[in-house]
Design a protein. Structure first.
Length: 508
C-alpha cells in the first residue's frame, strides 16, 4: 500500500480502501475457469484479503455519531445500538437469546496484538458486555509480523508489508467487535495465521489448516471469513478443490462456514496466477468481465453480500435497505464518477449449480450463484470500530464492506444455534428452503439497486483517487435486486426476531 494525503487503496478479498480524512472532510462438478485477459488498470497493494472499505477518520477519541459523520465526512455511520435496532434484536435479547453457550470463530492473518484491550474499550464505550470468553490461538505457528518487523517496500524474500499488516489489524478489529455486537454473550475465538493472504493460493493453505484444527478440536459453531480471492487468480479449478478440506470437514461435523462475497460488485481484482500474487504491482482493478470470489463461491460456504442501511439516529429505517453501491463521489473524489465499492455477486466459473439452488436455476443458470444472504456493508452507512495498533486509526474509525457483513451474520447464526440447542452446521439447504417457503421467516427481500461496477483504467488510485477522463472508465454490467432471490443480495437481508427462530426450525 502506498500512502498519500488523500487516499490509500489496499486490496483484499475485494478491495479494501483506507481513506485518511481530516476532521471536516456439497461437491459439484467443476466448470472451467475462463482465461480472461484483464483490463489494464492501476496496480494496488494486494492486502489483506480483507473485504472492506475502511475510512479511518483519524485518532478519534470517541465513537462518532451519525450526525458527526454526516457533518464531517458527508456519509452516515452507525453505532452498535443502531444496528441492533435495525435488525430487530431486542425481542431476542429480552428472551435471553444473546448467543449464550455458542462460539463464533474468526479467522484472520496476523490478527492484532491490541485486540483484547481494543475489544474491551469498544464494549465500554458502546455499552456492551464483554464476551464470556475471548481467546486467541495460532495453530499454524506464532505471529512474527509486527510494527517493528514489517516493511514499507515489497520484497519476495523480505518481511511482510506494514500496509498489509495494518490492514489485517483493522480487519481483525471489525470482525471481532461486530460479531460481538450481534451476539453479545457468545464466546469469541480468534484464529490467527502467520502468513498473509492476498490473491490466489498464497496464504490459504495455512488458513485451511487452521480451520481444520478448529473443527477437529470442536472449538466453535460458526466460522466467519472476511476474505476471498478472485476465482481467476488460481491456476486451475483443481487448485481450489485442493483447498476445500476445511469446508468438507465443517459440513461433516456440524460447523457453519460463512464468507464475504467481495466489494467489487459484478467484477473483481485481477492477478496473473503465475506471478504468485504477492507483489502489489501484480494486482490490478479489475477484470473486464464478471468475476466472483472463492471461498464465497464454494457451495459448502454461505456467501454474505452487501446492503445499504438507511437509518436515523435511533436506528429506525428512513427507507428500505438497498443494494450496496457507493460511488467515488460519495466520499468526495472529484472527476469522472466510478464505483467506490459494491456488493460482490454473480456466477462461479469453478462450481456448477448445487442442488439447493435448483429452484432458482432461472436466475443462476448452470453455475453456483452468490451471494446467499446479505447484511450491512455500505461505506455510506459505515460502522464504528476501534483499533489502536494501526497508526492511521489509533482509536476510532469507520468501516464498510462485506467484511462487515460476514461477521454480522455470524452473530445471527450464533443466536439461531442457541435457539436450536445445537450448531446448525451446513446452512445453505435450510436457508434456501426458508427463502422458498410461503412464510417470510424473517427474510426481507431487497428490491432496489444493482452491483454494476465501473472502474477507471488510467487512474492512479493509489495516490489521487481521481480518474483523469471519462474515456478511462470501464463498466461491467451487474445484477439487479428484484424483491426475490437475485445475484446481488441473495434472498435479501433479515429481521432477526423472526429469522432466528425460523432458521433454527428449518435447519434443526
Amino acid at each position: 500500500m502506498r500512502s498519500s494525503r488523500a487516499m490509500v487503496l489496499v486490496r483484499g478479498a475485494a478491495m479494501t480502501a483506507i481513506a485518511v480524512l481530516g476532521a471536516g472532510a456439497a461437491a459439484v462438478a467443476p466448470a472451467a475457469v475462463s482465461a480472461v485477459a484483464p483490463a489494464v488498470g492501476a496496480a494496488v497493494q494486494v492486502v489483506p484479503f480483507a473485504t472492506g472499505h475502511i475510512l479511518a477518520a483519524g485518532h478519534m477519541s470517541q465513537p462518532p455519531t451519525t450526525a458527526q459523520c454526516e457533518a464531517d465526512f458527508g456519509i452516515a455511520c452507525y453505532q452498535p445500538f443502531q444496528l441492533q435496532r435495525a435488525y430487530d434484536l431486542a425481542p431476542l435479547f429480552s428472551r435471553g437469546t444473546e448467543g449464550q453457550g455458542e462460539t463464533i470463530v474468526i479467522v484472520d492473518a496476523f490478527g492484532s496484538p491490541s485486540i483484547a484491550s481494543d475489544l474491551q474499550a469498544f464494549d465500554s464505550a458502546t455499552g456492551l458486555p464483554n464476551p464470556p470468553s475471548f481467546r486467541v490461538i495460532t495453530p499454524e505457528g506464532p505471529i512474527t509480523t509486527n510494527p517493528t518487523t514489517c516493511t514499507s517496500v515489497y520484497s519476495s524474500t523480505g518481511p511482510d508489508l506494514c500496509s498489509d499488516y495494518y490492514g489485517w489489524t483493522d480487519e481483525t478489529s471489525l470482525d471481532v467487535e461486530w460479531s460481538h455486537v450481534m451476539a453479545p454473550k457468545a464466546n469469541i475465538l480468534l484464529v490467527e495465521t502467520p502468513m498473509t493472504e492476498t490473491e490466489g493460493i498464497y496464504g490459504l493453505p495455512q488458513i485451511v489448516a487452521a480451520e481444520n484444527y478448529v473443527i477437529d478440536h470442536h472449538l466453535g459453531d460458526v466460522i466467519t471469513q472476511s476474505f476471498g480471492a478472485t476465482e481467476q487468480t488460481f491456476t486451475s479449478p483443481s487448485q481450489i478443490y485442493s483447498l476445500r478440506s476445511a469446508y468438507i470437514n465443517a459440513a461433516r461435523h456440524g460447523v457453519t462456514v460463512l464468507a464475504a462475497s467481495g466489494d467489487q460488485g459484478s467484477t473483481d481484482y485481477y492477478c496473473d496466477p503465475s506471478s504468485g500474487c504477492a507483489d502489489p504491482d501484480n494486482a490490478t482493478c479489475c477484470e473486464s468481465v464478471r468475476a466472483i470470489d472463492w471461498p464465497s463461491s464454494d457451495p459448502l460456504v454461505t456467501a454474505v453480500g452487501g446492503t445499504q442501511l438507511h437509518l436515523n439516529a435511533e436506528g429506525d429505517r428512513t427507507a428500505p435497505d438497498s443494494v450496496w453501491d457507493d460511488l467515488s463521489s460519495t466520499i468526495g473524489v472529484t472527476g469522472p464518477v466510478y464505483t467506490w465499492g459494491a456488493g460482490g455477486g454473480g456466477h462461479s466459473t469453478v462450481f456448477s449449480r448445487p442442488q439447493f439452488q435448483d429452484r432458482v436455476a432461472g436466475i443462476v443458470g448452470d453455475s453456483r450463484g452468490t451471494p446467499d444472504i446479505a447484511m450491512s456493508a455500505a461505506v455510506n452507512g459505515a460502522v464504528d470500530f476501534y483499533d489502536t495498533t494501526d497508526p492511521s486509526v489509533a482509536g476510532w474509525g469507520i468501516v464498510g464492506g462485506t467484511s462487515e457483513a460476514s461477521p454480522l451474520f455470524s452473530g445471527i447464526v450464533a443466536l439461531a444455534d442457541q435457539v436450536a440447542g445445537h450448531s446448525l452446521g451446513y446452512l445453505n439447504p435450510a436457508l434456501y428452503a426458508l427463502g422458498q417457503s410461503r412464510t417470510s421467516g424473517g427474510i426481507v427481500p431487497i428490491s432496489k439497486g444493482s452491483n454494476t461496477f465501473t472502474f477507471c483504467l488510467a487512474a492512479d488510485l493509489e495516490s489521487s483517487g481521481s480518474c483523469p477522463s471519462s474515456a478511462d472508465l470501464v463498466t461491467v454490467p451487474g445484477f439487479n435486486a428484484n424483491g426475490y432471490y437475485n445475484d446481488v443480495t441473495g434472498w435479501g437481508t433479515v429481521n432477526a426476531a423472526w429469522f432466528v427462530p425460523a432458521l433454527a426450525r428449518f435447519a434443526g
